[in-house]
Design a protein around this ligand. Structure first.
Ligand code: MN
Length: 289
């Protein structure tokens, strides 16, 4: 892992350079301001990985933390429209300013972009989530939802999750996140796409490498837990064991199980393009009268 110096020195300008290089732009004059990065998560403002993550990202840009005031894990992608949302300024333990919100991670990003944060971010990063977001998890994940909210609004985004639920040393993953941000800055991401990153649940020294992956097939082992309230009415819990998955080679599930950092590029356009032809052959008719 290359060490990262101050962001002025190390954040080496390529975003604008690449976009305009056809015209022979003078490299040293193109990018003078630090990338502005919105940092959020779904485990809440007090989640242990948030601060080390933010501090690593500080090395490659200027950050603003905007995170939920409580845990929203598996809350998906709400757009809170039927109740007011709080967004309270706060000071993080390292003295930097941020916001905590009563809303979901997706609400945090939406509020920031709608003007609660004065400057429009260049990048949204979400995490580092305590627990993996692999395969179909992306449909439940608040961590991923925050990234998706960024992409919907035209801002590149990366979701970071750890296969471990334990609060451990996040130095390695956090520094990797900062490094990946620099790659994203120099290459730029296509629109309508985010990167879904998962770290394996092993000590950083034992991580083998980075694997570019596809989404695997998650297998959920949910079980219905039925109870009765004091008034005799039933209520339910969705319980059971944590999900497993099909570890096909090349999937995110396979990668983290085998000691790799998984990076999956995910398109928001989930159209099943090939299947449109099959569907046309069904000859679905409109019934009238
Ligand atoms: Mn979470």
């Amino acid at each position: 892992m290359a060490s990262l110096g101050s962001h002025w020195e190390k954040y080496s300008l390529p975003i604008n350079d690449l976009q305009t290089s056809a015209g022979g732009v003078e490299r040293s004059h193109v990018w003078r301001r630090a990338m502005y990065i919105l940092v959020t998560n779904d485990d809440g403002i007090d989640a242990p990985p948030l601060l080390p993550f933010k501090q690593a990202v500080d090395q490659v840009g200027e950050t603003i933390v905007f995170a939920p005031d409580h845990n929203w894990s598996a809350a998906g992608h709400p757009k809170t429209m039927h109740k007011p949302l709080r967004a309270d300024p706060l000071t993080l333990p390292d003295g930097s300013p941020g916001f905590s919100s009563s809303g979901a991670p997706s609400d945090c990003v939406a509020l920031a972009l709608l003007g609660v944060v004065e400057r429009r971010p260049d990048l949204i990063v979400s995490g580092i989530n305590l627990g993996p977001n692999l395969g179909y998890d992306i449909f439940y994940s608040g961590t991923v939802a925050a990234a998706v909210e960024g992409v919907i609004n035209g801002i590149p985004a990366i979701a970071f999750s750890s296969d471990s639920f334990e609060s451990a040393d996040y130095t390695g993953p956090a520094n990797f996140a900062a490094q990946l941000i620099q790659y994203v800055a120099s290459h730029s991401l296509p629109a309508d796409m985010f990167l879904n990153v998962n770290f394996p649940a092993i000590p950083w020294e034992e991580v083998k490498d980075v694997a570019i992956t596809r989404l695997g097939r998650r297998v959920y082992r949910d079980e219905l837990v039925s109870r009765e309230d004091p008034r005799g009415r039933s209520y339910y819990w969705i319980g059971g064991k944590p999900p497993s998955g099909v570890p096909d080679v090349g999937t995110d599930i396979w990668a983290v199980a085998n000691g790799y950092v998984s990076i999956t590029p995910v398109y928001l356009d989930m159209t099943a393009y090939q299947f449109r032809e099959d569907l046309r052959r069904w000859d679905i008719r409109l019934l009238k009268g």
